[in-house]
Design a protein around this ligand. Structure first.
Ligand code: HEM
Length: 425
């Protein structure tokens, strides 16, 4: 069992249209469908499962009610993450109430309009350089040459890491975010598709890989953090190590997990958005023509529609803090709920003809950056700016660019990621 079930990795290996049809059927059911785990994931009790939150209105309601639907103990994994791994990933995205607010307040300083304006000129310079290379090379691999380059460079610049760290950050970020995929977890694809998740016998080697990636990133921030304590600069690591929140300093562990969160949240999602943009514009030539006729006027709508249509983040988890109810379904304390943005963004109750890719869609109240509530994406403005500037540069100077062949998709129940995509002019 079973590729019918979004708790099983085989489901996420199916073509997009088939997954969309399963979600459309789930949206037509009353209440919240209960999905029992049918995989062999080692961290999860065998009788466990989750409520699938698939309608737009229900994802909005659950995101708003953060007291009942908490982000602790972890929001970014379907499975209960063991403590030795949580020490790298246990950041504000998986915290609730005052603890979350305290961390968010510190990081939000880095996303001030002044900081974003400063980054914008860096984004323009880097985008120009990336497109210079595209024009010189004329064909190649889009993820490494284009889509990954800008977001990794920008998040490193924001944090205060120089260009020599890009490879390390991209490599370990890929491992942590791509841990469902055979290339990153070392488990065979056949095993993953049959059993639905890595099994108990993979626990040790998989743990070693993930802990190694987490440790390398922690070490990096500890080293840079020590330098910034001595000599602060105008960057986010300096902000984190000097942060004084209500008379309290962040602990080294809090600094480390925030750093990892930003590396993962800031690079993998935006990279996926830029890749999906290339593919969608290739598959929909009439939309591409419309965009090319007025790139500055239409790129904003195009980026929103790419985020809606592709849902780079497929889902985030919530855990009920008390007995309650959602969409008429009783929910018990401790129940897991998965907020499927990928389904909410195709809810026909909100989006007319939702499968159509339409860059003029307006209004476009997608939930690609999360629902309204305390965890709404902190980097949404930055992600929009990066995607807009890079795609504008690309489509203006290399208007014939297109995806060649199908993308090599990341196997993941969390991220709609792309590992490789050939392109040509
Ligand atoms: C297209 C790109 C992006 C997408 C699709 C995306 C998606 C999301 C989503 C769905 C959430 C909500 C999590 C929840 O409700 O539990 C979120 C949160 C977050 N995002 Fe993004 N994101 C993107 C880009 C970025 C960037 C560029 C950054 C930072 C540089 C960033 C940083 C964050 C952070 C820190 C949070 C956690 C906020 C909190 O817990 O209070 N994101 N993102």
């Amino acid at each position: 069992m079973t590729s019918e079930d979004p708790g099983h990795l085989a489901f996420w290996a199916r073509p997009e249209a088939e997954r969309a049809a399963v979600f459309a059927a789930l949206r037509r059911r009353d209440g919240l469908p209960w999905v029992p785990f049918t995989n062999r994931a080692p961290f999860t009790p065998s009788r466990d499962g989750f409520h699938a939150v698939v309608r737009h209105a229900d994802v909005v309601a659950a995101s708003r009610d953060s007291r009942l639907f908490g982000s602790a103990p972890n929001a970014a994994s379907l499975y209960d993450i063991p403590p030795w791994l949580l020490r790298y990933l246990d950041s504000m995205i998986s915290k609730d109430g005052p603890e979350h607010a305290r961390l968010r307040k510190v990081v939000a300083r880095a996303f001030s309009p002044r900081m974003l304006a400063r980054l914008e000129s860096d984004i323009r310079t880097r985008s120009t350089r990336i497109v210079d290379d595209v024009l010189a090379e004329r064909s190649g691999e889009f993820v490494s040459r284009v889509a990954q380059r800008l977001p990794v460079a920008v998040i490193c610049a924001l944090l205060g890491l120089d260009d020599s760290h890009h490879d390390l950050v991209a490599r370990h970020g890929n491992t942590l975010v791509g841990s469902n995929d055979p290339e990153h977890n070392g488990v065979s694809r056949a095993y993953l598709l049959h059993h639905g998740a890595p099994g108990v016998r993979h626990l040790f080697p998989l743990s070693a890989r993930l802990a190694f990636a987490g440790e390398q990133l922690h070490r990096l921030v500890r080293r840079i953090g020590r330098e910034r304590l001595r000599e602060p600069r105008d960057d986010l690591v300096s902000t984190l190590v000097h942060a004084d929140v209500d008379g309290e300093r962040l602990t080294p562990r809090e600094v480390g997990t925030l750093f990892i969160l930003l590396v993962l949240a800031g690079s993998e999602t935006t990279r996926a958005t830029i890749c999906h943009a290339l593919r969608l514009l290739t598959d929909h030539p009439e939309q591409r023509e419309h965009l090319l006729a007025d790139v500055p006027g239409r790129i904003g709508g195009a980026v929103e529609e790419v985020v809606r249509h592709a849902s780079p983040v497929l889902q985030f988890r919530r855990t009920a803090t008390a007995d309650g109810e959602l969409a008429g379904t009783p929910v018990r304390a401790g129940d897991k709920l998965l907020l499927f943005y990928t389904s909410a963004n195709c809810d026909e109750a909100v989006f007319a003809d939702p499968d159509r890719f339409d860059i003029t869609r307006s209004p476009n109240p997608h939930l690609g950056f999360g629902g309204p509530g305390p965890h709404y994406c902190l980097g949404a403005a930055l992600a929009r700016t990066e995607s807009t500037i890079l795609l504008t540069e690309l489509l203006t100077r290399a208007p014939t660019i297109r995806a060649v062949g199908p993308p090599d998709r990341l196997l993941s129940d969390f991220l709609n990621g792309v590992k490789r995509q050939a392109y040509a002019l």
